[in-house]
Unconditional design. Structure first.
Length: 279
C-alpha cells in the first residue's frame, strides 16, 4: 500500500538526484512529526523542489495541521503555485481563500465570476489613459445604488407628429420592474415632452415634441429576475456581536489596526506560521 514509511530519531540523505523516493498505492512517501521536541518536520526537502508530489488518482501533496500546507519562496518568487484544471481550490468553514498583500491581495489576469454577493469598499475600472496610454492610467468609479438598479439610455428622433416609439430588448421586462423615465430635448427647448405610453411589450412612447427633434432618453429598472428576488441587498445591517466596536477600515475612522474586523484571526494565523517556521 505504501512506498516508504520511515521512523527514526534522525535521518539525513546527502548526494544523488533523489534524497527519498517512494511509490505506493496509498502513499509514495509518508512523514509524521512526533509529539516530542526532537522532530520538527515530517518531511523536509530542498534542491529544485522542496517537496514534489504527483498523483494519478486523488492528491499529489496532502497536509493536515494548523497550517496544512505552507509555501515560502525566496526573493519575489512564488510561495505556492497550482497548475491544473483548477489551479488552486479552497474550501473553508469560514473563508475558502484568504489573501493579504503589501500591494495587491489578489491579482486576477482574466475573467472573474462570483456566484453570490460581492462586497467592496470602493469600486472602479482602471485602464491605460486614452490620451496618454504610455504614461497614465484612467480611473472611473462605479455607479452605486441601494437598489439592484439597471440603467438604459439612448437618443431618438421624433417623427412629424413630434412622437417616437422606443424599442427595448425582448428580455427587458423579464429582467426589470419599477421603471423610471427621464427625457431631455437636444438642440432646442422641449418643455412639452412627456411619456405618452409607459413601458409595455418592451417599448414606450414619447410625445409632445417638435417634428424631427432629437430626444435623449434615460430609463432605469430594478432587477426582477429569480436570483435577484431571492437575494435582495439589505441596505442597513447590524453588525454581529463579535464585530461590534470593530471596523472594516479602522485606520480611516481614526482607530488602530487592531480594531479591524478579522485582525485577531489574521494575527493568530501569522503567529502559528511563525512558530512553525522557528521550530
Amino acid at each position: 500500500m505504501n512506498g516508504a514509511i520511515l521512523a527514526s530519531s534522525g535521518m539525513k540523505s546527502l548526494g544523488g538526484d533523489t534524497g527519498v523516493y517512494g511509490q505506493g498505492a496509498t502513499y509514495g512517501v509518508y512523514g509524521k512529526k512526533g509529539s516530542s521536541s526532537t522532530g520538527n518536520f515530517g518531511y523536509l526537502g530542498s534542491t529544485n523542489y522542496g517537496a514534489y508530489g504527483k498523483s494519478f488518482n486523488i492528491t499529489g501533496i496532502y497536509g493536515e495541521g494548523p497550517t496544512g500546507v505552507h509555501g515560502k519562496s525566496t526573493s519575489n518568487s512564488i510561495g505556492v503555485q497550482g497548475d491544473g484544471g483548477t489551479g488552486v481550490y479552497g474550501n473553508g468553514t469560514k473563508i475558502g481563500v484568504y489573501a493579504t498583500g503589501g500591494n495587491w491581495a489578489v491579482w486576477s489576469q482574466g475573467n472573474c465570476h462570483v456566484t453570490g454577493v460581492l462586497t467592496k469598499s470602493i469600486g472602479a475600472f482602471k485602464i491605460d489613459h486614452p490620451l496618454d496610454p504610455a504614461n497614465k492610467f484612467l480611473y472611473h468609479s462605479f455607479v452605486e445604488s441601494p437598489d439592484m438598479k439597471n440603467i438604459y439610455d439612448g437618443v431618438v428622433k421624433l417623427d412629424d407628429k413630434g412622437e417616437a416609439i422606443v424599442e427595448l430588448p425582448d428580455w427587458f421586462e423579464a429582467l426589470n420592474t419599477d421603471f423610471r423615465y427621464q427625457l431631455t430635448a437636444i438642440g432646442a427647448p422641449g418643455p412639452n415632452l412627456y411619456i405618452a405610453e409607459k413601458i409595455s411589450n418592451n417599448r414606450f412612447k414619447i410625445a409632445g415634441g417638435k417634428a424631427a427633434m432629437e430626444v435623449s432618453w434615460h430609463v432605469t429598472g430594478i432587477r426582477n429576475d429569480a436570483y435577484a428576488k431571492a437575494h435582495r441587498i439589505k441596505v442597513e445591517v447590524n453588525k454581529r456581536p463579535e464585530e461590534r466596536g470593530k471596523y472594516l477600515a479602522p485606520i480611516e475612522h481614526g482607530f488602530p489596526e487592531s480594531l479591524g474586523i478579522g485582525y485577531a484571526e489574521r494575527m493568530r494565523i501569522k503567529t502559528e506560521q511563525a512558530s512553525f517556521l522557528e521550530k
